[in-house]
Design a protein around this ligand. Structure first.
Ligand SMILES: Cc1ncc(COP(=O)(O)O)c(C=O)c1O
Length: 347
């Protein structure tokens, strides 16, 4: 047997957390007998029904293995290679997907500098000047992350403004919802209110960061734009043969409000962590804490010392800005121990 690492929880990422016990139980419960592979099974049908309950009966839902795949393939389905995808400079599709969106869509990403990870209509207008001009890429999609990579959250009004702007200008709105649950909880909204009702066209619906083992969903709000997706998914190597195990996890998340309980807990833990860190004068919080991530400037000399005990990411080397994240299983005790260490280190 491989030596097990210590079970201590860190604040590096919600991806570093394990799997929620209710999800494990759902996987175990689905592990009975044989069912048809590739999604033609009762578990997948039940999970899709849950998505329809949450998002509306007209959505088309496709399960994939991971978040990068969901983004890339969802974007591929709604773009042509001469188009451009507008996104924030900090967007996962821009910085953390190794160029896969460009490779698979053929599109240029037009990234917009934004201090809090959010796009605003005013910033996007200048990007439309080349519409109809054959020498320029044609903006086809605005892609936003909800919640953002900077831990901030778009309000319903902001979402509607972006969707309205996109549609008025012949574009679609794509949402990277790797942390959609944290955003909905933060806004005290249903998932439908911040997706379907806000005018989102394609959504990557996150599972892993909300306590699943793996698996995300690509959701099309207009079934027509998802018509070819089954081919795109297979060609993009994201058609899971044992689909029932992703489906069972989503059913666990969506049928009993587990998605909300886990995200509420993670967000609440982040508020506690942020309020404790704020009391330490050597630390400066740089972003609004609206979901389960806190960004803070920690003087460089302390970062390496802290990292010896707790792994976490430096977000901006120049500023020595780091990210601390909480997850469904963070405890107040974890926070107390961590903050204690920070206090001792910076003293
Ligand atoms: C905003 C965002 N989108 C998408 C992803 C999906 O990533 P992965 O392909 O690792 O599942 C992540 C993962 O960290 C993320 O933070």
């Amino acid at each position: 047997m491989t030596k097990q690492p210590s079970p201590r929880r860190s604040f590096a990422s919600d991806n570093n957390a394990g799997v929620h016990q209710e999800v494990i139980d759902a996987i175990a419960a689905a592990n009975k007998g044989h069912v048809v592979a590739y999604g033609d099974d009762p578990y997948t049908a039940a999970a899709v029904a849950q998505f329809k309950k949450h998002l509306g009966k007209d959505v088309a839902v496709y399960f994939v293995f991971g978040g990068t795949g969901a983004n890339v393939l969802g974007l591929q389905a709604i773009t042509k290679s001469y188009q451009a995808v507008i996104c924030a400079e900090t967007a996962h599709i821009n910085v953390d997907e190794c160029g896969a969106p460009e490779k698979f869509t053929g599109c240029k990403l037009l990234s917009v500098s934004t201090p809090d990870g959010k796009l605003r209509v005013e910033q996007l207008k200048p990007l439309l000047h080349g519409i109809g001009f054959e020498h320029h890429v044609q903006p086809g999609v605005i892609s936003i992350s909800q919640s953002t990579e900077m831990g901030t959250v778009y309000s319903q009004r902001e979402l509607k403004a972006l969707a309205g702007f996109a549609h008025k200008n012949g574009m679609l709105l794509h949402m990277d919802g790797a942390r959609i649950a944290n955003a909905a909880v933060s806004l005290k909204a249903s998932i439908k209110e911040i997706t379907t009702d806000a005018g989102v066209d394609v959504l990557s619906f996150g599972g892993a960061k909300n306590g699943m083992m793996y698996g995300e969903a690509v959701v099309f709000f207009d079934q027509k734009s998802g018509e070819d997706f089954k081919y795109i998914r297979k060609q993009g190597m994201h058609l899971p043969s044992k689909m029932r195990f992703i489906a069972a996890q989503f059913e666990a998340l969506l049928s009993e409000d587990l998605w909300r309980r886990s995200a509420t807990h993670a967000n609440r833990m982040e508020q506690i962590l942020a309020s404790e860190l704020k009391k330490i004068p050597q630390i400066t919080i740089t972003q609004k804490v609206e979901s389960n991530g806190v960004f803070a400037i920690v003087p460089k000399k302390y970062v390496a010392q802290l990292q010896k005990k707790y792994f976490f990411y430096v977000w901006n080397e120049e500023l020595s800005e780091v990210r601390f994240m909480t997850s469904f299983d963070t405890t107040e005790q974890d926070i107390a121990e961590f903050v204690n260490l920070v206090r001792q280190t910076v003293k």
